[in-house]
Each structure stands twice: as structure tokens, then as C-alpha cells.
Ligand binder design. Structure first.
Ligand SMILES: Nc1ncnc2c1ncn2[C@@H]1O[C@H](COP(=O)(O)OP(=O)(O)OP(=O)(O)O)[C@@H](O)[C@H]1O
Ligand SMILES: [Mg+2]
Length: 319
């Protein structure tokens, strides 16, 4: 078996200040295989950045251990730092520098000789589709170009593991799709990518595997397909007028219905064979004098996974 790129045991971090203690990360076990795009999905304040900062040696864990890129996080932080790249949420390139200039400086910071740093900058500019903009100042770049440059800075020293904190936040759909392609290319070139996101679509489309984090704890993990498949069957959403209790009881005992739950006046049913269940459910409710005000059927999404585990919708929280 190949060694994991990241393996954590009981990683925990509390912040103390002004008489208040925040348990940002409350015991996280993660396994990231080499060569994959691993996604860390969760709402605001879930503990994503805190976890990433611990793994990148920027803050110390309160408890727990981790192996990062083959080195022990606590005993060999210097070795971890040599082997990883880290791009912070929001990035931070100097608007007065050119893209090429920024890359060369960062390369030299990592100990490359000038000629070598220049050569490496060209490679990175090509890899991230920034050749045409290389000699313009960063202040003239679009948001997507800036994010690509940030990623370039993170990979200038050819790290085997690259941490990207919310790489696509604030980008328009086209720039986001472009960045996804670049991230996939980095993976295909052999790097392991560990990114955070609160976009469901991004986690689904981009990540080979992912962990969903909420309030500092992992609530689900697996490939996007596995996670969605764990919600067996389809999801029916029903709007009801009047009494929901009676309807809920009725629906719970209906054939094909595995589970029924109520949130914000909407009933969610997890059903087998949704196409067949839909007309049956309509007949059942009509017959009982409780016709629904709306009804819809869909295949499970990652949001359903999140809802199932937390009782809240990640879509609502992101909005
Ligand atoms: N330096 C700090 N001091 C005190 N509390 C902190 C500190 N850093 C983070 N926290 C708290 O820890 C929790 C987790 O924050 P974190 O930044 O890890 O979340 P996140 O998942 O990255 O959220 P977002 O999606 O908004 O970036 C939050 O409640 C946050 O307020
Ligand atoms: Mg964050």
C-alpha cells in the first residue's frame, strides 16, 4: 500500500481569548491519498482554515498528531514546510509587482538560484496559463488571474502537497471552471491537492474524495459518489398546507418511504423508486384530504448528505 499524503489522528485546536474558549477543531481524523484532489467542505466557521493552518505548520494543534507529506507535523515541522505549498484564503500578491517578478522572488525565498527561479517562473506561468500577462503588474489582473498566480506562488518550489484555502471564492463561473482545469492539471502532474470550499458543486465536480466538516467535526467522508449513494434512493420535497403532523405520520407509513423529516414547514422524504413513489404519495395525501401545495423529486446531492448529517442546508448557509 502506498503511504498516505496526509494522515491525522484526533487533531484538535482551541482558541482562548477574552474569557471565551472557541473549539474550532474538535478531533479530526483525515486520510488523504497521494495524487488526489481532496476537498474539505463545510459552512463558514466550520474549522476548515484552522485545520489547514495546523497541517501547514502555521499554528500548533492543541492536541492530536499528523503525518504530512511523509513527515511528522509535531516533530519535523521544517521538513513538512519544505514539502508543501500553502495558498491562504484571499491570497496576497503585491499589486505593484509583475506576475513573473512575484514568482521569481518567491522562488528565491525557497532557495532557488536566480537563473533557476526564472526558469521555474516560466514553467509555472505556462502551467497556469499566465504567459501573456506575465509582465503586467498584478494590479491589472482579473480575480481569476490573481488566484492562478497565488496558486503559482504556492507551487514554485514543486511541493508534493499543495494546500489551497477556498481557491475559487468570489470568482465568476467561467473563471472558476478555468481554475478547476488548472487544479486538475496539477494533480495530473503528480501533485496532491488539499483544498477547502463551501461550494457544493465544486466539491462534487472537482474533488476525488472529500470530508464534510461542521462545528469542528467530520460529519461524512468518501468520494462524492459514495457520499450521495449512502443516501439510498431519491429525495422528495413536499410543501403542505395546514397540519403537518398528521401528514408526516401518514407519509412515514407509506410504501417506498424510508424516512420522513420536517424542516421549515417542508417535508423531506427519502424514498425508493422516486418516479413510482411520486404519484402514490399524491394519491395518498389527496385521499386523506391533505393535498400538498408543492411536490418535487430529485436525486441526492451533497447538500442532502449535509442535511442528513446536520439537519441544516449548506446551500442556505452559503447564501
Ligand atoms: N485566531 C483565532 N482566534 C479565535 N477564534 C478563532 C481564530 N481563528 C478561528 N477562530 C474561530 O474558529 C472557528 C473556525 O474558524 P475557521 O476559520 O477555521 O473556519 P472556516 O471553516 O475556515 O470558515 P470560513 O468558511 O468562513 O473560512 C470559528 O468560530 C472562528 O471564529
Ligand atoms: Mg476559512
Amino acid at each position: 500500500m502506498t503511504e498516505l499524503m496526509v494522515e491525522t489522528h484526533g487533531l484538535r485546536r482551541t482558541f482562548k481569548g477574552r474569557g471565551k474558549t472557541v473549539e474550532a477543531v474538535r478531533g479530526v481524523d483525515l486520510r488523504v491519498a497521494p495524487g488526489e484532489i481532496f476537498g474539505f467542505l463545510g459552512p463558514n466557521g466550520a474549522g476548515k482554515t484552522t485545520t489547514l493552518r495546523m497541517l501547514a505548520t502555521l499554528i500548533e494543534p492543541t492536541e492530536g498528531t499528523a503525518l504530512v507529506a511523509g513527515a511528522d507535523l509535531r516533530r519535523e515541522p521544517g521538513r513538512v514546510r519544505e514539502r508543501i505549498g500553502y495558498v491562504a484564503q484571499g491570497g496576497g500578491s503585491d499589486p505593484g509587482m509583475t506576475g513573473r517578478g512575484e514568482l521569481v522572488i518567491q522562488g528565491r525565498l525557497f532557495g532557488l538560484a536566480r537563473k533557476e527561479a526564472e526558469r521555474r517562473a516560466v514553467e509555472v506561468l505556462e502551467a497556469l496559463d499566465l504567459v501573456e500577462a506575465a509582465d503586467r503588474t498584478v494590479g491589472t489582473y482579473s480575480g481569476g488571474m490573481r488566484r492562478r498566480l497565488d496558486i503559482g506562488i504556492g507551487m514554485i518550489h514543486r511541493p508534493r502537497l499543495l494546500f489551497l484555502d477556498e481557491p475559487t471564492t468570489g470568482l465568476d463561473p467561467q473563471a472558476r471552471a478555468h481554475l478547476w482545469d488548472e487544479i486538475r492539471r496539477l494533480r495530473d502532474g503528480g501533485a496532491t491537492i488539499f483544498l477547502t470550499t463551501h461550494y457544493l458543486e465544486e466539491a462534487d465536480a472537482l474533488c476525488d474524495s472529500l470530508a464534510i466538516i461542521d462545528h469542528g467535526l467530520i460529519v461524512a467522508e468518501g468520494t462524492p459518489i459514495e457520499l450521495k449513494r449512502a443516501i439510498a434512493g431519491d429525495v422528495v420535497t413536499l410543501g403542505l398546507n395546514g397540519s403537518t403532523d398528521g401528514a408526516l405520520n401518514l407519509l412515514r407509513s407509506a410504501p417506498r418511504v424510508r424516512e420522513a423529516e420536517l424542516s421549515d414547514g417542508t417535508v423531506r422524504l427519502y424514498v425508493e423508486d422516486g418516479d413510482l413513489a411520486l404519484p402514490e404519495l399524491l394519491r395518498l395525501l389527496d385521499g386523506a384530504g391533505m393535498p400538498p401545495s408543492s411536490i418535487s423529486l430529485h436525486r441526492p446531492s451533497l447538500d442532502d448528505v449535509f442535511l442528513r448529517q446536520t439537519g441544516r442546508s449548506l446551500r442556505d448557509e452559503a447564501a
